[in-house]
Design a protein around this ligand. Structure first.
Ligand SMILES: *[C@@H]1O[C@H](CO)[C@@H](O)[C@H](O)[C@H]1NC(C)=O
Ligand SMILES: *[C@@H]1O[C@H](CO)[C@@H](O)[C@H](O)[C@H]1NC(C)=O
Ligand SMILES: *[C@@H]1O[C@H](CO)[C@@H](O)[C@H](O)[C@H]1NC(C)=O
Ligand SMILES: *[C@@H]1O[C@H](CO)[C@@H](O)[C@H](O)[C@H]1NC(C)=O
Length: 511
């Protein structure tokens, strides 16, 4: 008994000492100033969307049960939004009107792929063999997308070629099928990451040739299919805009006529590669800041060669190659995701498509049981709270460890009134708590949405809480996402992120 007692007391002393230490660490005061009088950008009404990688089609949904109530609820929660159906596999997809599944070069198991572990996502397709998408499978794809209220863009196979040019024959068959069924498509894309073809295939399609192929696509959509006349055309989906060759490809494509065809110039972005991903990288301001240059590069080139064209992040996530297990699918991924949305909005990207809704470790749903990963909840809150108008916010913290963005509140998806402002922020300090003061709204009541891992010390947790309540579906329905009402100073613990809504901000530009 006695020894237990002393253990108890020594623990208490240690705890008291630890909390004393954390108190010393606890104080970084940050002052924010928001300019509510002018907007710095206005985003697409459906700024955040998702992707379904084509490899998922070749595996017939893998373990994603599109008919389950839970999956439907989770997908509907994000609607309306764009869903890009595309990826490396799209350049190996052959459409066949009919039911039977056949494949020239895959084993029966590969083609059917039911219950396959799609954890590696895109890597699967690296056999680089053609596969068939039947009309029947397209029906199931369309029916899912339609039933959850998403808008589909479809990536066509650009590697079907006749001499130098794209051979549109198979695409026309698919379009005829879609037209006959009266399906509504939002947009089209031709090929995936064509700047990397040499790397994966050993030959190139020149950027100017791709621009010609896009002209052909435009003509077909316009001349043959009146119902597709107003569809979006997206491209050229290059990747690694930090490097000279992709920058050159992107420029040449827009310059040689592609810029007149595409309604949005697209590029892809991953901060890091799954193979070499570490926990540290997910929390490193320098890694997060690396996106800024790529966004600026895409915008500068597009403004120069295609001034009327918007820029989309057409496929993007934390780590390429399927995402990093234990990182891309846990709380810590939220730092990259939330900062990416902030940077994209601040610098003027019109739409961001998250790779992926399902499949890979970077997916919004767990690739085994389809339960929502922390980033699903983060995306849902973002869609609910963050509006189209981006505001200028300045922070007294110059270290880049407190990252903060501000928009008008999304009054369409919430009860907030016009004039409200939403701030989203993350604290990358390892130990220090940040006290946030919003200078121009010091005495206002605010709604605080603090997201923390569960347990709160484990940034690599699969579970996330909102104001202390672990988020999960409740009887296959979304739970209420309730704020904590408070006044004055806001405390953001170390290694957490969240949203603040100022309902009475009366920001002039938010009316
Ligand atoms: C298909 O998978 C089963 C079970 O994994 C295996 O026994 C069978 O040999 C495979 N068939 C082919 C054609 O690869
Ligand atoms: C896919 O099919 C097309 C058309 O038949 C062919 O040109 C191409 O070489 C095939 N690709 C592979 C990787 O088999
Ligand atoms: C998205 O779908 C809705 C109908 O659900 C439609 O009204 C809207 O025009 C579509 N947007 C685009 C860009 O296709
Ligand atoms: C935001 O405000 C700061 C400080 O007032 C100013 O220096 C900066 O130019 C503004 N940025 C934009 C995009 O308006």
């Amino acid at each position: 008994m006695k020894s237990l007692h002393s253990v108890y007391w020594s623990c208490k002393t240690v705890l008291a000492f630890v909390s004393f230490l954390t108190k010393i660490d606890a104080d970084i005061s940050v002052k924010l100033k928001i300019d509510g009088k002018s907007e710095i950008n206005r985003l697409n009404a459906d700024f955040v969307g998702v992707t379904l990688d084509t490899s998922l089609l070749s595996h017939h949904w893998g373990k994603l049960d599109v008919r389950s109530k839970a999956v439907q609820t989770l997908a509907k929660g994000l609607a309306p939004c764009f869903v890009r159906v595309g990826g490396t596999g799209s350049d190996f997809l052959i459409f066949k009107n009919g039911k039977s599944i056949s494949s020239s070069s895959r084993t029966a198991n590969d083609t059917l792929g039911y219950g396959k572990d799609l954890s590696k996502g895109i890597d699967y397709i690296n056999h680089l063999t053609n596969f068939t998408m039947t009309g029947e499978f397209f029906d199931s794809l369309y029916s899912f997308v339609q039933s959850v209220g998403w808008n589909m863009t479809f990536d066509l196979n650009v590697l079907l070629r006749e001499r130098e040019s794209w051979d549109p024959e198979n695409a026309i068959q698919l379009m005829k099928y879609i037209a006959k069924k009266n399906y509504r498509i939002s947009g089209w894309e031709l090929g995936n990451e064509p700047d990397a073809f040499y790397h994966i295939l050993g030959y190139r399609i020149k950027a100017s040739q791709l621009a010609d192929d896009y002209k052909r696509l435009y003509q077909i959509l316009h001349d043959t299919f009146p119902q597709f006349n107003n569809n979006l055309i997206l491209g050229p989906s290059v990747t690694k805009l930090c490097k000279e060759k992709p920058i050159d490809y992107f420029t040449q494509f827009l310059k040689s006529g592609g810029g007149k065809i595409v309604t949005a110039a697209t590029f892809h972005h991953y901060y890091i590669s799954a193979k070499s991903a570490t926990e540290k990288m997910f929390l490193d301001p320098k890694v997060l800041d690396s996106l800024i240059k790529e966004v600026q590069s895409a915008l500068t080139i597009t403004r120069k060669w295609a001034p009327d064209t918007r820029v989309w992040l057409g496929e993007t996530s934390s780590a390429s190659g399927g995402g990093a297990k234990g990182l891309s699918d846990t709380y810590i991924a939220g730092f990259m995701w939330l900062d990416k949305l902030g940077v994209a909005a601040k610098y003027g990207v019109d739409v961001v498509l998250r790779q992926s809704f399902y499949s890979g470790h970077y997916s919004l749903l767990d690739h085994n049981d389809c339960s929502p990963n922390p980033d699903y909840w983060l995306t849902l809150l973002y869609k609910n709270l963050v509006g189209r108008t981006v505001l200028n916010v300045t922070s007294s913290d110059a270290s880049r460890h407190l990252r903060v963005y501000a928009h008008c509140t999304n009054i369409k998806r919430t009860q907030y009134k016009p004039g409200s402002v939403t701030i989203y922020l993350m604290n990358l300090h390892k130990k220090e708590t940040v006290k946030v003061e919003i200078l121009n709204f010091l005495s206002e009541n605010v709604d605080f949405y603090l997201l923390q891992p569960v347990p709160s010390t484990n940034v690599k947790s699969k579970y996330i809480s909102l104001n202390g309540k672990t988020l999960s579906l409740q009887n296959n329905e979304l739970p209420p996402l309730l704020p904590r009402k408070q006044q004055g100073e806001i405390i953001l613990p170390s290694l957490t992120y969240g949203f603040i809504v100022i309902p009475n901000a009366n920001a002039a530009v938010c009316y």
